[in-house]
Every structure is written in structure tokens, then in C-alpha cells.
Design a protein around this ligand. Sequence first.
Ligand SMILES: [Zn+2]
Length: 212
Amino acid sequence: MKISRFTMNPFGMNCYILWSAPGGECIVIDPGMMLDSEREMISSFIDGNKLTVKHILLTHCHIDHACGAKWLAQRYGVEIEAGADEAVIAQSMPLQAQRFGLKIDSTPLSIDNTLAEGDIITLAGEDIKVLETPGHSPGSLSFYFPDSEVVVTGDVIFQSSIGRTDLPGGSFSQLIDVIKTKILTLPTDTVIAPGHGDTTTVGDEKIYNPYI
Ligand SMILES: [Zn+2]
């Protein structure tokens, strides 16, 4: 599976498109497009590679990760999927825009299909396992691809850092527990593809992450 990263919006958020070949299917994780140019970047990649969008997955519903979801869902006729405990956060999109001083379209977001621990999504014959990883946000999910040895974590863990826990529904102790039990227990060579910044590995974070 190919994993293409698109960094966008004032928060430098990483949107990922998973795909295998031109003309095939794809999954978009965290469409945080805020500008026309960012929407154009994503749609031209999808359309240019003649990809069929099968899933729109949200690691969580903070505005920098989710604000382009409704536009993408409408354009490609696909459901928005996220953790059940993100519903309130998704509905608070206008409040989030206000909190961060963003002058963008910020109508409440509805989750069409909720995902939970153990759910498996497939793309081009490869399994994607849903992990519940709350702490940064109450319904945070991570998406683990065992065959490709990659986990997309949203704002759970970053290179030498972790997600903030001061936003509604956050919990520092829960986040640390989740990182130790759900992420750092994955095989050492697993690549962590975070919501902000560069990729890292489970092995490197075990050694270098000062929060663990
Ligand atoms: Zn976040």
C-alpha cells in the first residue's frame, strides 16, 4: 500500500491518502483542508490518479483534522467515519473555529459511521485495524496496517512528543496508558505516521520519547 502525506492548514496537520495503484481505491485519513488550494491539492491527487474514495476516516474531530471532511464526503459520495465518542467534538466545530480564531466554514459535523476497537477495514486486500486510543480526544482512533507496518496515530504520539491533553475530553494519564499499551506494543519497526510532524518508529519512541 502507498501512503501519501499532505501537510496542510495553519496547524501543519498531516492528511494521509492510502492507495495501491492508479485507477484503484483509496482511503483518506484526516481531511483537514481549510483553503481552496488545499481542497484542490487533495482532489487533484485523487482525480489525477483516478482513485475511488472508499472511506473517509477521522482519527479524531478536532477542527484541524476534520474541517474538510464534509466537503470531501459530498464531493465523492462517501461516509465520514470516526469514533463514537467524538460525536460531541464533531458537533462543536463552530466553537472550535472560534477558539482558534479561524474564519472558515465551520458548521457542525456529523459522523455517518462509528468505528470501534477491533473493526477491520480493507483496502486492496490489506487489512487496516482500528485501535481505540483516547486521551488527546475522547474518541481518538489509530489505524494500524500490519502488512505495511504502519500506524496512523493522529495526535496520540509525535516524534519525541505526545498530544496535548488540555482540550475537552482530554486525559494525560489515559493518553500515557494508551501509548504504552496500544502503540508501543506494536512491532519495533512499525512506522508511526503522526498527525503533525515527521514519521518516527515504535522503536525510536521507546528510546527517545521523554514522556514515556
Ligand atoms: Zn487534535
